[in-house]
Design a protein around this ligand. Structure first.
Ligand code: AMP
Length: 273
């Protein structure tokens, strides 16, 4: 596995290669969710590139940019063992200059839910993903459904900018008890981890109610709120795959999303129906 820190050097190297390039952008502190994306990429591409970059522009003032877990050596080994060919590990200085052109997320889908809770977050995400796409020029890029709104906005950016890359969506990887894997789970104490399980349980319960024929989102939301009563729930939302709010579940076109704080840790999860 080759490690690059310089975007131009990596771009030159990759431009000289034949075959398909699979790309997995991450912020590191790699877990089984990331590894699943890497495995998918390895299966379907000649060359696999992983980037690890804790992107400062997607963090808001007061968020966990400084304390975000960084595990350079362990991450490098995980990439190597997963069969990754190129690891891109840039610093913020090489990715950004002081005052530059950036991407603005669209109003309709980006200023609800995560966009409302974290204004500017998606501008930062789309800007860095566009930069990374131009450096790597991937054939396919792999993203987790865990970040459902991010995935929808990246798909939209690809369409809007006529980018020549196929976006591959990968199912959320969970612990055996249901907790969605996240780099931020390391912040949880064992008592908080127990509490955090209520998030995936609320999603499971919603699915069960829907399977029993309840399509009205109000009683489903109420039950979910009860399950998560001890958490600081930021939102429970029912949206279509295009992120339009709905009051009745549309089987095959509904995403249920949750954002909640467990202690100081903000977690998100979702389920697609
Ligand atoms: P992050 O390092 O958190 O920015 O995540 C990098 C990529 O991994 C994103 O596309 C995430 O959606 C994806 N990802 C994170 N957690 C999971 C998970 N539990 N299952 C599947 N994909 C995930």
């Amino acid at each position: 596995m080759k490690v690059f820190h310089d975007p131009i050097a990596l771009q030159r190297e990759l431009q000289g290669l034949d075959g398909s390039i699979g790309f997995v952008p991450t912020m590191g502190a790699l877990h089984l969710g990331h590894r699943t994306l890497m495995e998918e990429a390895c299966q379907h591409n000649d060359v696999v590139v992983v980037s690890i970059f804790v992107n400062p522009t997607q963090f808001l003032e007061g968020e966990d940019l400084e304390s975000y877990p960084r595990k350079e050596e362990a991450d490098r080994r995980i990439c190597e063992l997963s069969g990754v060919d190129y690891l891109f590990y840039p610093s913020a200085d090489v990715m950004y200059t002081h005052d530059e052109v950036h991407v603005c997320a669209p109003d309709v889908r980006a200023y609800v839910l995560e966009g409302l809770s974290r204004p500017g977050h998606f501008d930062g995400v789309l800007t860095v993903v566009l930069k990374l796409f131009h450096i790597v020029m991937p054939t396919r890029a792999y993203f987790g459904k865990k970040d459902a709104q991010q995935l929808a906005l990246i798909e939209q950016m690809v369409r809007n900018f006529f980018l020549h890359v196929k976006i591959v969506a990968v199912d959320t990887v969970r612990e055996s008890d249901g907790l969605a894997l996240s780099s931020r789970n390391v912040y949880l104490s064992s008592a908080e981890r127990e509490e955090a399980l209520k998030i995936s349980y609320a999603l499971k319960r919603a699915t069960k109610l829907i399977a029993q024929g309840e399509l009205d989102t109000t009683p489903i939301t109420q039950e979910m709120q009860q399950i998560m009563a001890t958490l600081d729930v930021e939102y429970i939302a029912f949206v279509t795959r295009k992120f339009e709010h709905i009051e009745r579940v549309e089987i095959g076109n509904t995403v249920i999303l949750i954002a909640a704080r467990v202690g100081a840790t903000r977690l998100i999860d979702n389920l697609q129906l």
